[in-house]
Design a protein around this ligand. Structure first.
Ligand SMILES: [Zn+2]
Length: 60
């Protein structure tokens, strides 16, 4: 996880979804895969997108 203050963190399989505010105070929703060697991490403008990405993520 990057050094943001995540809140409302949920776990979907190996993927964590959390909400945080970026440097400009805008809300961002990030999905991060915690599986070793995967490295998937992406920001989404809405929570739904981040959770959907987590649910559909498959480690390569
Ligand atoms: Zn993964």
């Amino acid at each position: 996880m990057r050094p943001h203050r995540f809140r409302d963190v949920i776990r979907v399989g190996p993927v964590r979804v959390g909400t945080h505010n970026d440097q400009r105070g805008r809300e961002k929703h990030t999905a991060v895969c915690t599986a070793p060697g995967c490295g998937f991490s992406a920001d989404y403008p809405d929570r739904t997108g981040a959770e959907l990405a987590a649910k559909t993520h498959r480690c390569t």
